[in-house]
Design a protein around this ligand. Structure first.
Ligand code: NAD
Length: 304
């Protein structure tokens, strides 16, 4: 079985994704790199290929073009501008929309029938535009959403309680951005609710730390990429293995016609279902606020 993945945008995020994939057991058989910077992409392909002798899975890596998308399982979009220090994810929207218009059209023109996986920020909005431009069913267009933020939350709680993050369950919901929020009423350590372990004050500090994590990393080292690379690799393997696992990806919300971070079941065909969460009043308000911000930002984009 040919499991071809195409990465469009071979910068920090795209290459962290590629590097993570080739260092894990994966069903990916072919990894194709596309970027406007052809020289850099050639160098990246060479560099990755030289490590293949030590990779756990057999995989072919090469530079490609949009024709390669025709028989790909997943096209992952990581192209575009990233945040400068102090810049919000929403500030990137027009720049990245203009870049995406051409890319998504080229992928569709190839005859691509697989899944779009989007990491470019602002990710909820770029995922929505990929859905609109491509005309694909919403189940085949998935953004990374708040998957990374949820992983950051699990890490912080795990550090505080000294319990493996795999046993920390909970979700960051909403916009992958400043209005994201944790649903404490749906969070647990093992089967025990998290608010029984931590005070409201501690929970609020953790929320702030998750929200400001990206800015803190950008200030310290210029960009964030390893974490999101691991998220993309995890989602890829969940898709190829038809896992039906739950992630807070950015998925389509039909009621509001937008993409937003929400616990979503991911399998081989993309989105196969949603987790029916009950949010308390405070969480419902926070979710609606996030949705409003996403909607307002979409409406400001010049789609000419
Ligand atoms: P980067 O500048 O390192 O890489 C971007 C790449 O896109 C560059 O190699 C550039 O040449 C390429 N590119 C630009 N226009 C293109 C086009 N038209 N066609 C093909 N390639 C093109 O940036 P990065 O650090 O890799 O970040 C990429 C995106 O990922 C940013 O929008 C960033 O904000 C986002 N990001 C998202 C998350 C998340 O959780 N979803 C986390 C980190 C970063």
């Amino acid at each position: 079985m040919n499991n071809k993945i195409v990465i469009v945008g071979c910068g920090n995020v795209g290459m962290s994704y590629a590097y993570t994939l080739i260092n894990q057991r994966t069903k990916v058989t072919d990894l194709i790199l596309i970027d406007i910077n052809q020289d850099k992409t050639r160098g990246e392909a060479m560099d990755l290929n030289h490590g293949l002798a030590f990779a756990p899975s057999k995989i072919k890596i090469r530079v490609g073009d949009y024709n390669d998308c025709a028989d790909a399982q997943i096209v992952c979009l990581c192209a575009g501008a990233n945040q400068a220090p102090g810049e919000s994810r929403l500030d990137l929207v027009q720049k990245n929309y203009d870049i995406f218009k051409g890319i998504v059209q080229s992928v569709v023109n190839s005859g691509f029938k697989g899944l779009f996986l989007i990491a470019t920020n602002p990710v909820d909005i770029m995922t929505y535009f990929t859905f609109k431009i491509s005309g694909f069913p919403s189940s085949k267009v998935i953004g990374t959403g708040t998957t990374l933020d949820t992983a950051r939350l699990r890490f912080l709680i795990s550090e505080r309680l000294k319990i493996n993050s795999k046993n920390i369950h909970g979700y960051i919901l909403g916009e992958h951005g400043d209005s994201e929020f944790p649903s404490w009423s749906n969070s647990s350590v093992g089967a025990v609710e998290i608010p029984r372990f931590l005070s409201r004050g501690e929970l609020d500090i953790m929320t702030d730390k998750v929200r400001s994590a990206a800015q803190e990393i950008i200030k310290a080292k210029g960009a964030t990429y390893y974490g999101i690379g691991m998220v993309l690799a995890r989602l890829t393997n969940a898709i190829l293995d038809d896992e039906n696992s739950i992630f807070t990806v950015s998925s389509y919300n039909q009621n509001s016609d937008l993409y937003i971070g929400y616990p979503t079941i991911i399998g081989k065909s993309g989105v196969v279902g949603y987790v029916p969460l009950t949010l308390n009043d405070e969480e419902k308000k926070a979710f609606d606020n996030s949705a409003r911000i996403i909607k307002e930002t979409i409406s400001k984009v010049n789609q000419e």
